[in-house]
Design a protein. Sequence first.
Length: 245
Amino acid sequence: MAKLNTNSNVYTIVYATIVVIIAAFLLAFVASALKPTQDANVENDRKSQVLASLNLRDQADIEGKYNEVIKEVVYLSETDSCFKAEVDGQQKTVIPVKGAGLWGGLWGYVAVDADGETVFGTYFSHESETAGLGARIAEQWFQDSFKGKKLFKDGEVALGVYKQGKAPNGLETDYYVDAVTGATLTSNGVDQMLKTSIAKYVEVLKGNAAPVADPNEGVTVEVEEYEVVPTIDHPVEPKVEEMED
């Protein structure tokens, strides 16, 4: 029997092919095995974000607390929905918000009091804003600055974020918070995110919305690729040509 030539090109190609196939199989198997856990972690993180907007942070039992305070999911369309919650006997509406920052997507939740116009709490996060600057929108001090602010003025969404001295003339401080120092473009992104997202839920906050059935009810969805950031349905292109000031 001829001795196998381990130095030949054929041997090298065949050996490499076998190794690649085995590695691909193992990676696919591991990804498949871990996917339920990954999906559960993503869902748990989303619920934690909703609770944070309701000023219920660092909960030991996220699932239990979420089920306790979230009373209803209101669907306006296949892509737009919000939450009805109850905290300490008080009714709240939690609105999801999505937008674009300097380097990537922004997202979060705004909890509104039963009057439909006063902010009860907020939660914001980001995809890749600058550490120490735009990334500070994810810090609690910034989020807490929205508490008690008003959403609407003269029937229009007025809640915003402005640099000191740059708010529109005549706009009282009840309707805005100060921008993050050194993060003008990220702050502008939060401002636009709030105005655009809240506008979708005006009728819900007024109690005039006509909810639709859960579009996912009875539908089996096959997910081809794991989504790292569950709260961004359509990632936006970052403004790479701009720099923060």
